[in-house]
Design a protein around this ligand. Structure first.
Ligand SMILES: Nc1ncnc2c1ncn2[C@@H]1O[C@H](COP(=O)(O)OP(=O)(O)OP(=O)(O)O)[C@@H](O)[C@H]1O
Ligand SMILES: [Mg+2]
Length: 445
């Protein structure tokens, strides 16, 4: 039996007639809480046309933690874009015209099927391994990192079947909120007082992180960047590491968006990552910076097998051939994302292309990357062990040290790309002066 929350009697009666005995109607938040309390296995709640969107949002926010498998549908007298946007942001699974009983029944069936899968998955995954951290990085600005991060998150969430957190580590100029049309109530900067201040050793915990994220759509939450650029100044590398460690316990995937520099925060994210999506566009500065990034990754022992090199706007006609691109990068390209004006159009609408046009060629390319290289079972087990083996965390004691400028543990040229079959069998060298990252500590000088 499904629970319907409908404060207006007339609406309740009409919907009751349409659903028959399948529906248990409640008219207040208290009755709803009591009905749910009596039904610990309930998987679906409908909100009728008389419900306020704020009530729906509050309910969904509470249940997301208490009962992650519970589906919430909103039945409206008329479905308009504003209600749709608010409802999706709140985490409502679908918004349906209350008068279209066929559509309501189909949406209910879809939601129940998803809830059953989620309930099964969470029962099976109790006590299972942590989620995976995927950092999207490019050393040149404007390559499409944020576009990739938000669309990748939507693809990985797979309509709510997986839980994904997008973390905006572009602390000064983060764009995740604007790309998802989210109004940041709480941001990563709000974690600072939770630790007792910038110079305290206090730690955030799961409850704290849950209170910091902003829900976007089923399966996707966002930890947003501060609204004022200077607010990120007190976010320490340790805090980023803590937040990511907690996020990976709460989510199946944590997708990290980054600024176009190797900041301390970015290095903390890279250290915590299972996979790295490294972007470039087909122009020489971006390709050159990707090459430098790959050299840096060699230097910092980030396993080659966990790097996913992505050429964004791959088909843009800008005078470089595929051979030119291969020559500059000298590394295998994992995915090509086509260029399309629909991408900036989707950004300006504040709706990721994958949400709006799931069958668009760019959406398909990102989904294919997500499914075949990130979410696929053979990738699930791969990264952690390698990262553990080569991790520089805790002072980087496990990273082999360079012995001086030009030093190479293997004797191989520093730009040599390691074989994916032998991740970690990498040349080691000195700091790259133009990046400002020290070889020994992975810190900004
Ligand atoms: N595949 C694509 N086709 C067309 N335009 C694209 C594509 N990918 C990204 N863009 C456009 O490129 C611009 C930069 O994208 P985005 O903001 O995601 O890059 P970024 O790497 O996050 O930038 P920044 O370094 O400033 O944070 C945006 O206007 C976006 O619409
Ligand atoms: Mg960006």
């Amino acid at each position: 039996m499904t629970i319907l929350y409908e404060p207006e009697r007339r609406n309740a009666q009409q919907l009751g007639m349409l659903f028959g005995s399948d529906l248990h109607t409640v008219a207040t938040a208290q009755e709803l809480a009591a009905a749910l309390g009596r039904r610990p296995d309930e998987l679906l709640v409908l909100f009728g046309p008389g419900a306020e969107i704020t009530e729906v949002a509050a309910f969904v926010a509470e249940q997301r933690v208490a009962r992650p498998a519970l589906g919430v549908l909103l039945l409206c007298a008329s479905v308009d874009v504003t209600v749709l946007g608010e409802a999706m942001r709140a985490g409502v699974r679908e918004v349906v015209d209350a008068a279209d009983i066929g559509a309501v029944r189909t949406a209910c069936a879809r939601s129940l099927a998803l809830s059953q899968q989620l309930a099964g998955a969470s029962a099976a995954s109790t006590g299972s391994a942590d989620g995976r951290v995927v950092t999207v990085f490019a050393a040149k600005g404007g390559c499409g990192k944020t576009t990739m991060a938000v669309n990748l998150a939507v693809a990985l969430a797979d309509g709510g079947r997986r839980r994904v957190c997008v973390v905006d580590l572009d602390l000064a100029f983060g764009d995740v909120a604007i790309m998802l049309q989210l109004a940041p109530q709480r941001t990563v900067a709000d974690a600072i007082p939770m630790t007792g201040g910038a110079h305290s050793a206090g730690r955030v915990d799961e409850t704290a992180l849950r209170s910091l994220v902003t829900p976007y759509c089923p399966g996707v939450d966002a930890l947003l960047a501060p609204t004022r650029p200077t607010d990120g100044d007190h976010v320490t590398r340790g805090l980023v590491s803590d937040l990511l460690a907690i996020a990976r316990r709460l989510y199946d995937f944590v997708v990290v968006d980054t600024p176009p520099q190797f900041t301390d925060h970015v290095l903390a994210a890279l250290d915590a990552s299972d996979q790295y999506v490294l972007l470039a566009t087909p122009d020489l500065p971006a390709l050159k910076n990707l090459r430098i990034t790959l050299d840096m990754f060699n230097l910092l022992d980030y396993p080659a097998a966990q790097r996913l090199v992505v050429l964004n706007r791959a088909d843009a006609k800008v005078g470089l051939t595929g051979a030119d691109i291969d020559r500059v990068i000298s590394a295998p390209i994992t995915a090509h994302i086509p260029s399309s004006r629909d991408v900036p159009v989707s950004i300006n609408r504040g709706v990721p292309l994958l949400v709006d046009s799931p069958n668009h060629p760019a959406s398909k390319a990102i989904r294919s990357l997500a499914n075949s290289r990130i979410a696929s079972p053979q990738q699930q087990g791969g990264g952690r062990g390698l990262r553990g083996l080569f991790s520089r965390r805790k002072g980087g004691a496990s990273a082999p040290q360079a012995s001086g400028p030009g030093a190479s543990a293997s004797g191989a040229p520093q730009t040599a790309e390691p074989s994916p079959e032998q991740p970690g069998a990498l040349p080691h060298g000195p700091a790259y002066p133009h990046t400002g990252v020290s070889r020994q500590r992975g810190e900004i000088r």
